[in-house]
Design a protein around this ligand. Structure first.
Ligand SMILES: NC(=O)c1ccc[n+]([C@@H]2O[C@H](COP(=O)([O-])OP(=O)(O)OC[C@H]3O[C@@H](n4cnc5c(N)ncnc54)[C@H](O)[C@@H]3O)[C@@H](O)[C@H]2O)c1
Length: 297
């Protein structure tokens, strides 16, 4: 029981990667507080675990009062707070041409994906410091280190989260608080289905056909599962990762190593690092359009 005597607070735990992470922490002996705006999802996660394995705290990570309440629920368990996992995020369609609507989407995505995580870190890290140290694991995305053509807000929010995590790693290293960020590739969750569906509709394919294309783009020829990411989170939060801090930890079945997609240079969906010239950006955007057209055949 790696986490016996530890208390972990996990946001976005009503679904997908957050739910899988909560289940693993509970199985490894942690006292776990799960929080989400999705109350039904939280209750389903709790119901799947032995009674009392998790404490349910519905709440919105963008509201400071809710975040204080999340901390209070965790502290009421009586053993302080050791681990924060920032998993909650949104990824709504983001190809709006109307400026006012595009700005609304931009602000909403930043508010949840970046400001929400910032609020949690501001509120929770002082408690972890009082505990003598612990770990923060933020969930960013492969798109936080590579862009997605034509999609401004989500990758920008995830890139910001990496910068914020690294800042905290440096600031709180002397307090023995390790801060790392996990960057998953494509993982089958409601969020991923939600952002893939509009594309599938656009190219007139069903979701499974598009997922098959993602599978083909992965060197390991499979998409990720939430549990794949949860395992990495637990490693970074555990003593096994005791000298690991300030890191971007990519969990993607080799998707990034393959250039964000297939072996053929022109078909890649994302650019390799150090390739972000204007010409290269235009070329990648063209390649992405080509890939979309390809998938629609
Ligand atoms: N699924 C993927 O392919 C993928 C890839 C890269 C990164 N990620 C990241 O992994 C994390 C988990 O995503 P997921 O795929 O499991 O998605 P998910 O939609 O299954 O889970 C996200 C959860 O966050 C919650 N949430 C949204 N806004 C909230 C708010 N304001 N306050 C509290 N909770 C809120 C949602 O209700 C949802 O339950 C996210 O940070 C996401 O960006 C996912």
């Amino acid at each position: 029981m790696k986490f016996e005597g530890k208390t972990a607070l996990i946001t976005g735990a009503g679904s997908g990667i957050g739910a899988a992470t909560a289940k693993r922490f509970a199985a490894d002996g942690a006292a776990v507080v799960i929080t989400d705006v999705n109350e039904q999802g939280l209750n389903e996660v709790a119901a799947a675990l032995p009674e009392g394995a998790v404490s349910v705290c519905p709440g919105d990570i963008t509201k400071p009062g809710d975040v204080e309440r999340m901390a209070a629920v965790a502290l009421a368990l009586g053993s302080g707070l050791d681990i924060l996992v920032n998993c909650a995020a949104i990824d709504p369609p983001d190809r709006e041409t109307d400026t006012a609507k595009a700005l609304d989407i931009w602000h909403k995505i930043m508010e949840v994906n970046l400001t929400g995580a910032y609020l949690l870190m501001r509120t929770i890290i002082p408690h972890i410091v009082r505990q003598g140290g612990g770990a923060v694991v933020n969930i960013s995305s492969l798109s936080g280190i590579r862009f997605i053509p034509g999609k401004p807000s989500y990758p920008a929010s995830k890139g910001g989260l990496i910068a914020l995590t690294q800042m905290a790693a440096v600031q709180y290293g002397p307090d023995n608080v390790r801060c790392n960020v996990v960057c998953p590739g494509p993982v089958r969750t409601p969020l991923f289905v939600g952002n893939t569906k509009p594309f599938a509709d656009m190219v007139g394919k069903d979701l499974e056909e598009v997922f098959e294309a993602f599978t083909a783009l992965s060197p390991m020829h499979r998409m990720g599962e939430s549990a794949d990411v949860a395992k990495a989170v637990l490693f970074l939060a555990s003593d096994d990762g005791e000298w690991v801090t300030g890191q971007e930890f990519v969990v993607d079945g080799g998707f990034e190593a393959g250039g964000g997609g297939v072996a053929r240079e022109d078909d890649r969906l994302m650019p390799a690092r150090g390739e972000l010239t204007n010409d290269r950006c235009s070329q990648i955007a063209g390649a992405a359009r080509h890939e979309y057209a390809h998938a629609s055949k």
